[in-house]
Design a protein. Structure first.
Length: 202
C-alpha cells in the first residue's frame, strides 16, 4: 500500500535495516513486488519512493537532483544508514548518492545501472509514432521479451509521445552521460554489489 507524506509517495513494508529501492526511468514501484515480499520477513524494512522523474522542473531533471531528493527522503524518514538497491537510472542515482553521502549508506546494490556504460538507443531515438519499434525497444530491456507486456509497452509508447515527458527523458539521458561514474566507482569504499546481465543489450 502506498503512503503519502508531504511531497513523498512511497511503499513501505517490514521492520529492520532499511532497503531503499530506486526504480528506473520507465520503471514503476510494482516492478519490485518480488523484492518487496522477499526481504521484510528476513528483518528488513523495504522502502520504495516514487522518484519525481517527470514532475520536477526541467532544471532539476538530472541524476544530481534526483540524488538530493533521495537524500532529503532519507533524512525525512529519520534513517541512519540505508542499503540502496537501484535499477537502471535508479542504480545511477544510487551511485551518485553514495559518492555524495557515503555516511548514509551501509551498502549499495546496482543492477544494469546507467552511468557506467551507455549504449544509447541505437540508430535513432525515438520513432515516436511507430508502436512496433517501441515494442521492440521495450522487449530489448528484458532478458525474456515476454516480460514486456502490452501494459508496459503502452506506457512507454505514451511516454515517448508525450512532448514534455519526451524532453525530460532526453534530458535525463544527457544527464546520465554527463554524470558518468566509471572513474568514481573504484574510489568508493562502500560495500557494493554490481549485477549486470550477460545478455543485457541496453
Amino acid at each position: 500500500m502506498l503512503k503519502k507524506e508531504k511531497k513523498y509517495t512511497y511503499f513501505e513494508a517490514g521492520e529492520g535495516t532499511p532497503i531503499i529501492i530506486l526504480h528506473g526511468l520507465m520503471g514503476g514501484l510494482s516492478n519490485f513486488d518480488g523484492v518487496a515480499n522477499f526481504f521484510p520477513p528476513k528483518g528488513y524494512k523495504v522502502v520504495i519512493p516514487e522518484l519525481p522523474i517527470y514532475t520536477q522542473n526541467i532544471l532539476k531533471t538530472n541524476v544530481k537532483a534526483f540524488s538530493k531528493f533521495v537524500k532529503d527522503f532519507v533524512v525525512f524518514k529519520g534513517f541512519d544508514k540505508v542499503i540502496l538497491l537501484g535499477n537502471s537510472l535508479g542504480g545511477h542515482i544510487g551511485l551518485y548518492f553514495t559518492k555524495m553521502y557515503p555516511d548514509l549508506v551501509k551498502a549499495l546494490v546496482i543492477t544494469g545501472s546507467s552511468g557506467l556504460y551507455e549504449s544509447g538507443m541505437g540508430e535513432s531515438y525515438p520513432k515516436r509514432g511507430d508502436y512496433e519499434y517501441i515494442k521492440k525497444k521495450a522487449e530489448d530491456v528484458f532478458y525474456d521479451p515476454a516480460i514486456a507486456t502490452k501494459e508496459i509497452v503502452d506506457e512507454v509508447f505514451a511516454t515517448v509521445n508525450d512532448r514534455i515527458k519526451l524532453i525530460k527523458t532526453l534530458t535525463i539521458a544527457k544527464s546520465a552521460i554527463r554524470h558518468n561514474m566509471a572513474k568514481d566507482l573504484p574510489k568508493m569504499t562502500t560495500p557494493t554489489c554490481i549485477i549486470w546481465g550477460r545478455n543485457d543489450k541496453v
